[in-house]
Write a protein that binds this ligand. Structure first.
Ligand code: KG4
Ligand code: ZN
Length: 354
């Protein structure tokens, strides 16, 4: 039997709804961002995000159903992000999903947002288990060995900032536009990555954990030194700092990926998250995958960043395993995919890095 699911996502600053079929067809995927609402605050303001989700969720769901050419009777279930994330937004989504489920009698499945990201390569490319997923965005940073829809082993992750967060902070330090990733990447193109000796955090330690906050501080120090000596930064200084920072991130990520693949061999290395759009990082990861005899897979960016198609898909996979949730489904601000892994400290600019 074919399954068609509605997915609902509201755990951070994107309000999203999508309709997905179990053969991997995305019948619709609507994403309403909130960048304009948070821009003046330098980060996502949870209360503003929650209110915007509450205002927009039903409109997004209607738009997703319209675009798919379906009404509720054409669905087989509803999947909703139940965490981890900013709890006000998560609750707005969960309450709407419960309302629709109660009104229509459709089954309800609460989905872990990280599982949505981690299962995306199965939606986009139909790959088989197991595979290694590197999830790198403004709020997430982790290696996951994915062996089934609910079988995730966390091999490591950031111990402080998420890499996207570090790109954004470096951009801010150098007076570049937000989001910082694309701005730093553009500057780096004319830069000399070897001019400044930037650290390679945690490379000297075994395992797959990463750290980006020291790298950001190193850029700050170099900027201040240059400013003190020259009275400011030249265009070339800025480009060289960006290139140095980017190549340090790429090198650390590549080496940690090499270790992850060697400890847990997998036929595919998949990436997700906004940082995976970075060409230098991608190239470094491609080389590591090729060395390990693994296929490198990067789903299209609109499905790598927050969206509801991945939530609908993860809901379908969980539903096939027999998972159903009731009206007692609760939102969870923290919800590690791998409950056995040591909890990570800190919460990023965009919410928990669980
Ligand atoms: O996955 P995403 O759209 O949103 C969440 O974080 O949830 O990721 C956004 C992050 C931002 O921090 C942005 O600066 C970073 O991804 N990013 C990049 C690039 N494009 C986006 N980082 C490095 N290089 C890029 N080309
Ligand atoms: Zn996300």
């Amino acid at each position: 039997m074919t399954l068609v699911f509605l997915g609902i996502e509201s755990s951070c600053d994107d309000t999203a709804a999508a309709v997905v079929r179990d053969d991997g067809s995305i019948l619709s995927s609507v994403v309403a961002g909130q960048n304009d609402l948070h821009a003046a605050f330098g980060g996502v303001v949870p209360e503003i995000a929650a209110r915007a989700h509450a205002e927009r969720l039903d409109l997004c769901v209607e738009a997703a159903l319209d675009e798919a050419g379906l009404d509720l009777s054409g669905l087989d279930g509803i999947a909703v992000t139940a965490g981890p994330g900013l709890i006000g937004g998560v609750m707005a989504g969960v309450m709407l999903a419960k309302g629709i489920a109660a009104g229509s009698g459709l089954p309800l499945v609460g989905v872990n947002h990280l599982a949505g990201h981690a299962l995306t390569p199965r939606l986009t490319d139909g790959i088989a288990y197991p595979y290694l997923m590197l999830l790198v965005s403004g709020g997430h940073c982790q290696f996951l060995h994915v062996a089934g829809p609910d079988r995730f082993q966390r091999l490591g992750g950031t111990i402080d900032d998420a890499p996207g967060e570090a790109f954004d902070k470096v951009a801010r330090l150098l007076g570049l536009a937000q989001p910082g990733g694309p701005a730093v990447e553009a500057e780096a193109q004319t830069g000399d990555a070897a001019r400044f000796a930037l650290p390679r955090p945690l490379l000297d330690r075994p395992g797959c954990d990463m750290s980006f906050s020291g790298l950001k501080t190193a850029v700050l120090r170099l900027r201040d030194d240059l400013s003190a000596r020259q009275g400011g930064l030249t265009r070339q200084d800025r480009a060289d700092l960006c290139a140095g920072f980017q190549s340090a991130v790429a090198e650390v990520m590549a080496e940690k990926t090499r270790r992850a693949l060697s400890a847990h061999p997998a036929p595919v290395l998949a990436v997700a998250g906004g940082v995976a759009a970075n060409a230098t990082i991608r190239e470094a990861l491609k080389i590591v995958a090729a060395e390990a005899g693994a296929r490198f897979l990067a789903p299209p960016l609109r499905l790598c960043t927050d969206n509801a198609a991945m939530i609908a898909w993860a809901g379908i996979e969980a539903f096939r395993l027999g998972r159903r949730d009731g009206m007692d489904l609760a939102g969870r601000p923290r919800w590690p995919l791998d409950e056995a892994a040591v909890p990570m400290l800190g919460a990023g600019r965009k919410g928990a890095k669980a």
